[in-house]
Design a protein around this ligand. Structure first.
Ligand SMILES: [Zn+2]
Length: 279
């Protein structure tokens, strides 16, 4: 009789086509053959006692490019796109220092839940931005410590954090238009060539920018952008504490779990990655 798959190897039961956590990591593991290192930053433990690792991949001890996916479990396109971009990253990494954090909340990804097991954002950074005494959860403590102390993110490093906005969570909320929008943070970030390329790419993508409106978190969109938000995210931490710029957080508006289909969102994010690197 076949043994039931453990959670790490099982395809999450969401039905949107997202691969297993193991598949995401296996795709990223091609980087190891190109001389990159892999490190377990932390792990999330399931009800059955299984440990789901949170992994970092990097090709240098100090980095000028940071790629982040999978902070929120209902937003799988970033993690999937990053993992499928790994072969290209191996090439790009020959002339660039890159830190890849492909799936920061595997527990939430597997369950299709926004936050981690403690009900908090896994990369909440308020404890390092002077707004709270203690880390919001163990993952937040480990991930922020890794980024500040171990990874050595250089001032001026460019950051891309791939999110999605599942607006279907709030049926009473109305956003003018479908498509995408982005947060841009950091000194001179909005006019930075990398931010301009990503902006242009999204505008021409299958999910054109929503130019004006208010997000369900009360932030006002201007020209498809939200500038210099103070949301306690790891992106704010990277902008303020590591002086990264531009720090770009992209959002694709989701009207349902498969609206638009995951494959189309992943394709759009592969284009955003090309734009980010100018390749
Ligand atoms: Zn998100």
């Amino acid at each position: 009789m076949a043994r039931p798959l453990d959670e790490y190897h099982a395809v999450p039961g969401v039905g949107d086509g997202r691969p297993s956590i193991a598949d995401v990591h296996r795709s990223c593991d091609v980087l190891l053959g190109a001389g990159w290192q892999r490190l377990e930053i932390a792990a999330q433990v399931t009800e059955s006692g299984e440990s789901l690792p949170i992994l970092a991949y990097f090709n240098s001890m100090s980095t000028d490019h940071v790629l982040i996916g999978g902070i929120h479990g209902r937003e799988p396109a970033g993690a999937v796109a990053l993992s499928r971009y790994a072969e290209r990253l191996a090439e790009l990494g020959r002339s660039r220092s890159i830190l890849l954090l492909p799936l920061l909340n595997p527990w939430g990804y597997s369950r299709h839940v926004r936050y981690g097991p403690s009900g908090q954002s896994v990369s909440d950074s308020d404890h390092l931005l002077g707004r709270s005494e203690a880390p919001a959860c163990p993952e937040a403590a480990a991930i922020t410590a890794f980024v500040l102390d171990a990874a050595r993110v250089n001032p001026g490093a460019a950051v891309l954090d791939l999110h999605e906005d599942p607006v279907y969570e709030e049926p009473g909320y109305r956003l003018e238009g479908d498509g995408s929008y982005l947060y841009v943070t950091g000194e001179g970030a909005r006019e930075h060539p990398v931010a301009r390329r990503v902006h242009r790419c999204l505008e021409a993508s299958a999910f054109p920018l929503v130019m004006e409106g208010v997000t369900r978190f009360g932030e006002r969109l201007v020209d498809g952008f939200i500038l210099d938000t103070e949301d306690g995210s790891i992106d704010e931490l990277l902008a303020r504490r590591c002086r990264c710029s531009p720090v770009i957080t992209t959002e694709i508006v989701l009207r349902g779990e498969t609206r638009p289909p995951l494959a189309e969102r992943v394709a759009a994010y592969r284009g955003v990655l090309d734009a980010f690197f100018g390749s």
